[in-house]
Design a protein. Structure first.
Lengths: 262, 337
């Protein structure tokens, strides 16, 4: 494994007028690692992803990818470098069939350069490659599902489609914004091995999650945000044992008891 | 066998994905079922000038085709890229004035001024509209509506480019058959060209920009670039029709910036069915002749015009073409069962 972190954030700060959504948040991720980001609602998790991927401009701070400062680059350039993201509220192309959703990322400059996920983009027609990626991500290849209009698909498939859109670019880092939310227990259970497989394929993942049990199963390290400030960073066990985290989530009283359900 | 070969074999295996681009032709009946509407359209338009009773109506057909180009450009931007353009007059004006200047000041023949002003005009329009392309919402509509008003006032106030009199003495087409068939050929070329374009991969990117521009950005593509590309194509169509128009009238004036050129294509799209590309052309073939027939009523024709539009919006808001396509597909099922 490479010694230099693949993605570093230094003192990322974002102020919306007088409200400081993020206050000097810093973290490092090593290549091939899964970093979980947790925190109560409104603690700035999604804002952090938005700042890293330049979907909103950060007020101050620096993001470094493979030793290069990317904080001033526009969103599409950052995606072009291989840092992709999923959206918390799914953003597929509803007017297209599912597999055609993947033709768009496969058409992008990055996919043309790298060949897309597993290099398929250079070998076959983009629609076929799209079906292939969908199959890997959990769409049944020989059923009608990949050909259905995206607007008719249930949430589980849409979440997978979000991930597939990222994969089509052959990314190096994927920032997942609550990829388990809205899914049933069995759907999450089938998502977890998928995430583990992506890690084995060498993809670095940042996962924002509220489903702590599943997150702690896959994450190597976990970072906790509260009111835009980083509380703690460590292994899932360390984080779970930390008093400040319990307090942030459940208030100071009875934290022990509630945490035992998690 | 290398990984790459094996993967290629896997991708080529079995299922053909692009079924909507492939037709299995099993009989003459199916062949004709697929090609008949297209052939009727192409031959219908080609025969029209020959069956027109008078020069006057032949001229009307040319005007119809000019509006049809504008309507295709509106439909492309509105239904495939998500930009509502009120800039028909802007495109017409820029293309028309460019052709007029090239012809009268530089003495170029129509066959040179038209392509030059198409490309140069499209470039000018795209550059002027560029500032509002990164934004979503009404900005594009407002700005594209503002430019023709702005340019008309500038020409009027500064008395440049002929001022309110306009530029006169512009060369016409070599003869009226060239004029008619050149414009008709352009309509057919752009109609089928744009239809092909929106079904290519790049056309899917355009539709994706309309559907969800944030996801396109997250896929590593600049939405401004793709919007600019679409605006270039659409304004090229508009400038082409503007250039044809000044050579038709042999005159170019500030009435090229009239709102008619912005509004009528939109009305034609409503009547013909948005998102079909053929629909807006049909809409023009209905609306423009009606407005000519109603000329006898003077200003009262606006009333009839409005009534027709309202009736369409209330009773057939999907448009003729969408309705027709649905019925035509039902017809196929009926035959087969």
């Amino acid at each position: 494994m490479n010694e230099q972190p693949i993605l570093q954030a230094h003192d990322v700060t974002k102020a919306f007028g007088g409200v400081t959504a993020l206050n000097r948040v810093s973290f490092d991720i090593n290549e091939g690692e899964i970093l979980g980001i947790i925190g109560p609602n409104g603690s700035g998790k999604t804002t952090l992803i938005n700042c890293i991927t330049a979907f909103i401009k950060m007020t101050s701070g620096k993001v470094v990818f493979r030793g290069k400062d990317i904080s001033s680059k526009p969103a599409h350039k950052i995606a072009d470098m291989g840092i992709t993201r999923t959206f918390q509220i799914m953003r597929p192309y509803y007017s297209l069939p599912a597999y055609k959703n993947l033709i768009i990322p496969l058409f992008s400059p990055r996919a043309k350069r790298t060949g897309g996920w597993r290099g398929g983009g250079k070998l076959g027609d983009r629609g076929t490659v799209g079906i292939d990626i969908l199959e890997e991500i959990g769409f049944e290849r020989d059923s009608a599902v990949p050909y259905k209009m995206t607007s008719t698909l249930p949430t589980g498939y849409l979440k997978r489609l979000e991930l597939a859109r990222c994969l089509a670019l052959r990314p190096e880092v994927i920032l997942c914004d609550e990829i388990f939310s809205g899914l049933s227990m069995s759907e999450i259970a089938s998502m977890v091995p998928l995430i583990e497989r992506l890690q084995m394929d060498g993809i670095t993942l940042v996962m924002i999650e509220h489903r702590l049990r599943e997150l702690f199963r896959v994450a190597n390290r976990v970072m906790v945000l509260n009111f835009g400030v980083k509380l703690i960073e460590g292994t899932p066990e360390e984080v779970m044992a930390d008093d400040k985290v319990k307090e942030a989530y459940f208030g100071s009283e009875d934290a022990e008891e509630v945490m035992s359900y998690a | 066998m290398s990984i790459e070969d094996r993967r290629k074999e896997r991708l080529d295996r079995g299922i053909k994905v692009r079924t909507d681009g492939l037709y299995a032709l099993m009989s003459w009946r199916e062949l004709s079922y697929l090609t008949l509407p297209r052939l009727v359209l192409i031959f219908g338009i080609l025969i029209l000038p020959l069956v027109m009773p008078s020069m006057y109506w032949q001229r009307v057909i040319s005007i119809v085709c000019i509006y049809a180009l504008l309507a295709i450009s509106f439909d492309l931007l509105a239904h495939f890229v998500g930009l509502v353009s009120l800039g028909g007059a802007f495109f017409i004006g820029v293309g028309g004035y460019l052709a007029a200047i090239l012809n009268t000041s530089f003495g170029l023949p129509p066959l040179l001024t038209i392509p030059i002003s198409t490309l140069a005009g499209a470039t000018i329009c795209t550059v002027l509209l560029l500032p509002c392309l990164p934004l979503r919402g009404v900005y594009f509509a407002i700005v594209s509506l503002m430019y023709p008003l702005f340019l008309a006032r500038v020409i009027e106030a500064l008395d440049i480019l002929g001022g309110t009199d306009g530029i006169m003495g512009i060369e016409s087409f070599p003869n009226r058959w060239v004029e008619q068939y050149f414009i008709i050929a352009m309509v057919l070329l752009f109609l089928f060209g744009v239809r092909r374009l929106v079904n290519q991969d790049i056309g899917l990117v355009f539709r994706a920009v309309k559907d969800n521009d944030q996801a396109v950005r997250a896929s590593g593509m600049s939405i401004t670039f793709y919007k600019a590309m679409a605006v270039f194509i659409a304004s090229a169509m508009g400038c082409l029709s503007g250039a044809c128009l000044v050579h038709l009238y042999m005159w170019s004036g500030i009435s090229l910036f009239a709102l008619d050129f912005s509004i009528l294509p939109i009305a034609a799209t409503v009547i013909g069915g948005g998102g079909t590309l053929v629909g807006p052309v049909l809409g023009c073939f209905i609306l423009v002749p009606i407005s000519e027939l109603l000329r006898a009523f003077g200003t009262l024709r606006i009333v009839f015009y409005c009534l027709i539009l309202v009736a369409f919006i209330v009773f057939r808001s999907e448009g003729i073409m969408v309705y027709g396509q649905r019925k035509y597909h039902q017809f196929e099922r009926w035959v087969k069962v």
